[in-house]
Design a protein around this ligand. Structure first.
Ligand code: VG1
Ligand code: CO
Length: 541
């Protein structure tokens, strides 16, 4: 085995987005693309020699090959040890947990999360720091800077490492420890939740449908929900990870998890329905006859957290990403908790969690989590809901009705326009941005604009400032429109329009109906549909 130094040159477009570097698979498979980025990670983290790292991915097409490249490059760099999930699989939350539990120097996660996989799909690479969380902007910037000046990378010439069986192997001077991807994570869940109450729930005939969407959560869900908690075999569907996710988008929302939604809305629906995404960090929560928006789910979890053993002592504080509905804020105000508003992306919660300012946090994009790891965690959210339902002994629908009666309801929806020409998308944003200062006081479609700005975040822990994080327009009575461009897409631009409206009286409306005037106001303000030539959004959550 020998270390080869390969001459290369910088490749454009290796700037990490909301969650790591995401590109079409074919781009990642192009000459030196993956290698350049991995070598830049080593540079961006101040060198990898002597370090211990975690490695795993969501099992999508090119996962296995990319893992071997990372291992050979780690060995060439003098990494002491890499802890790898068996068959190079690890869900994102499980990777975060391993990084923390084993006191490592961080890890590499191979995933494009909810983006489709396969030769015509997407691939991604993300670095997580020793706290288990996605690298903060300071680190991703250093990695990106390194991609711009790279002239060579180092790689070991060697056969593939057999990642099929747990145990410790050698690759050159580096140790490779292959671990069961589920075991440590399952143990952690057992420490957080009341497993006895959950077993009793299922023993009592509670019916669950968990759609793993042919992605990485399948083995975790089966091991925990079926094997340990006694949910009947078959409760987990689409539970075997496939490289192309069965040709679907592994994105748990009402569009891509439509089969589950239809089942949950049917007459003989199970008591509880849930789905997770490609890498297992997102969740969708449903009850019989109800879809719980992620923003409402976060608020309900905060309000009921004390029913979960790990949070019985109370929450330190809570946080949500800026576009997430302010349902959480209402709970926080009622409970006397600090509530932080961060930019989109889990990396911004890291400092708040590390410094003990918050226990619970979430995003409108189906991400919920706590201080147990430093990533959002799909299965954790499902178990949290089940734990709460077991204690409150009521259906999901009744629980949400009770929640809204107590706190009021933030009707909420996100409208996505995907694959928009980037020039048009930027022009729409630029146009609205320049008009922001003039908007307060104006009336649109019968709604008065109270405030309008572009969100910037000052991290209260490290003092860093992050600008240009979305345009927000506050309307009378707690209504709001937020616009931002996606940082995870790989084709053209995706415009996300986040819509919200508060009602404390009428609590049972259809969200789209309730938001109709806010939607109309957003169109009047932006001319989005006219400018993009679209009659309607591609995705409504
Ligand atoms: C989206 C979501 C964001 C989430 C990110 C990564 O980002 O809006 O809330 O943190 O995906 O999630 P964007 O920039 O496309 O809006 V995951 O599960 O894809 O890693
Ligand atoms: Co994800």
């Amino acid at each position: 085995m020998s270390i080869e130094t390969i001459a290369t040159r910088p490749i454009d477009g290796q700037k990490p987005g909301t969650s790591g570097l995401r590109k079409q698979t074919a781009v990642f498979q192009g000459p030196h693309f993956l290698e350049n980025f991995v070598q830049s990670i080593w540079a961006g983290i101040g060198g990898a020699a002597g370090k211990t790292l975690v490695l795993g991915g969501d099992g999508r097409y090119f996962n296995a090959e990319a893992a071997q490249v990372v291992l050979r490059m780690a060995a060439a760099e003098g990494v002491a040890k890499v802890i790898v999930g068996q068959n190079a699989l690890l869900s994102t939350p499980a990777a975060s947990h391993l990084i923390r539990k084993r006191g490592t120097d961080g890890g590499i996660i191979l995933s494009a999360s909810h983006n489709p996989g396969g030769p015509d799909g997407d691939f991604g690479v993300k670095f997580n720091t020793p706290n288990g969380g996605p690298a903060p902007e300071s680190v991703t910037t250093a990695i990106f800077e390194a991609t711009k000046t790279l002239t060579e990378y180092r790689i070991l010439t060697a056969q593939d490492v057999d990642l099929g069986t747990p145990g410790t192997l050698a690759l050159g001077d580096m140790k490779v420890e292959v671990v069961d991807p589920v075991a440590d994570y399952a143990l952690l869940m057992e420490q957080i939740f009341d497993f006895d109450a959950l077993r009793a729930l299922f023993a009592g005939g509670f019916r669950l449908r968990f759609d793993a969407m042919h992605a990485v959560t399948g083995p975790y869900a089966k091991a925990i929900l079926e094997d340990r908690l006694g949910a009947p075999a078959g409760s987990v569907v689409n539970g075997t990870p496939l490289p192309d996710f069965g040709k679907g988008h592994p994105d748990p929302n009402p569009i891509w998890a439509k089969t589950l939604v239809d089942e949950m809305m049917s007459r003989d629906a199970p008591d509880f329905g849930a789905a997770s995404d490609g890498d297992g960090d997102r969740n969708m929560i449903m009850g019989r006859g109800i879809y719980v928006t992620p923003s409402d789910s976060l608020a309900a979890l905060a309000a009921n957290a004390s029913l979960i053993p790990a949070y019985a002592g109370g929450l330190k504080g809570v946080a949500r990403s800026m576009p997430t509905s302010r349902a959480l804020d209402r709970v926080a105000a009622d409970m006397g908790l600090d509530c932080y508003e961060t930019p989109t992306g889990w990396k911004f919660f890291g400092n708040l969690l590390d410094s003990g300012r918050i226990t619970l946090c979430g995003e409108e994009s189906a991400g919920t989590g706590s201080d147990h790891v430093r990533e959002k965690d799909g299965l954790w959210a499902v178990l949290a809901w089940l734990n709460i339902l077991a204690k409150r002994d009521m259906p999901v629908k009744a629980l949400m009705e009770d929640h809204w009666a107590r706190f009021g309801r933030n009707y909420y929806s996100r409208h996505d326009y995907e694959g928009v020409d980037a020039t048009i998308a930027n022009a729409i944003m630029d146009d609205l941005r320049t008009r922001l200062p003039d908007l307060p006081g104006q009336e649109v479609n019968g709604l008065t604009i109270e405030a309008a700005d572009e969100f910037a975040y000052d991290d209260p822990v490290d003092g860093s400032r992050t600008e240009a994080q979305g345009l927000r327009i506050d309307l009378t009575g707690g209504a709001r429109i937020v616009l931002r461009l996606s940082g995870t897409g790989t084709v053209g631009a995706t415009i996300r329009v986040y819509l919200e409206k508060v009602d404390t009286q009428v609590l049972d409306r259809d969200a789209q109906d309730a938001l109709a005037d806010v939607v109309a106001a957003a169109e009047s303000l932006t001319g989005l549909r006219v400018k993009t030539g679209r009659a309607a959004p591609d995705v409504i959550t």
